[in-house]
Design a protein. Structure first.
Length: 274
């Protein structure tokens, strides 16, 4: 049972590539660090969430859009993987009730929004959630990012939905702290290391006001734009931070050879109980 008196943390996770939990033996690199970090999240949270609300870098809309399907189907938004990976199922229920609450909170904040009753789980959701909650019994729903990738707008979305943390809903931003597929390998090592160090300094070592200031100016960070030529996989972080703006950050995952590409990647929690 979820203790609704417990304020849940928020997370920004680096979700890996494609359907990796099912094909670890077919992909380069050691996936154990990422897998272990995701498996640790339920014990870090300490209670079974009422639902998990995932903001995935793989779903963007003109304005924030919440997934309203009671039994979301699968959306295989990847290519070039074995045939069986297009039959993977992660049969977690949705939560129209929580979707309605998200809409209510966004409306109250004056943020125009939509509901999509047909959207399925993309791999930014079903891959990490399969590792976190493999029995697929915890309800899961998605909230889109917004076209244009405005950091301030996504921080505002996070602030608007922050009350969900006191209502048993776990908010997870799902992306990658480095996402430049053209420089995935030796040429990406230096920029990913530089940006990863800046990100840790920003999230863990800065006070809340400075953290926000730095995130709004993330393009000026060392390795920033080379790490994110398009920032769709960084923007979910803004929602996670906005929903836990005054809370300390904890680096819950870090590796220097992510996905066998010599890339630095990290994940963070905000508001973890001491």
């Amino acid at each position: 049972m979820t203790d609704l008196a417990e304020r849940l943390p928020t997370y920004f996770i680096s979700h890996g590539g494609g359907p990796w939990p099912w094909i670890k033996d077919l992909m380069p690199g050691d996936w154990t660090p990422l897998e272990s970090s995701l498996q640790a999240i339920p014990s870090q949270v300490g209670v079974t969430p009422r639902a998990v609300l995932v903001v995935s870098g793989h779903w963007e809309r003109p304005r924030p859009t919440v997934q309203g399907h009671p039994r979301p189907p699968m959306y295989y938004d990847y290519g070039g993987f074995p045939e069986f990976t297009y039959r993977i199922q992660y049969p977690a229920p949705g939560s129209p009730e929580v979707a309605a609450r998200v809409t209510e909170l966004l409306d109250a904040a004056g943020i125009a929004n939509d509901t999509d009753p047909e959207r399925g789980f993309d791999h930014g959701v079903f891959a990490p959630l399969y590792v976190m909650y493999p029995d697929a019994k915890v309800p899961v729903l998605q909230l889109s990012i917004v076209e244009g990738y405005d950091p301030a707008a996504h921080l505002a979305v996070g602030r608007a939905i922050a009350p969900l943390r006191d209502e048993g809903v776990l908010i997870v931003g799902s992306g990658l702290s480095y996402h430049n597929l053209r420089e995935f390998g030796p040429t990406g090592a230096a920029p990913s290391a530089a940006f990863d160090g800046w990100l840790r300094e920003t999230l863990v070592e800065s006070d809340p006001a400075e953290r926000v200031r730095r995130l709004l100016d993330w393009e000026a960070a060392p390795g920033g734009r080379r790490s994110h030529p398009a920032e769709d996989h960084l923007i979910p972080l803004m929602v996670a931070v906005g929903a836990a703006e005054a809370d300390p950050a904890t680096q819950v995952h870090h590796e220097e050879d992510a996905m066998g590409g010599g890339i630095h990647a990290s994940s963070y929690a905000f508001g973890l109980a001491a």
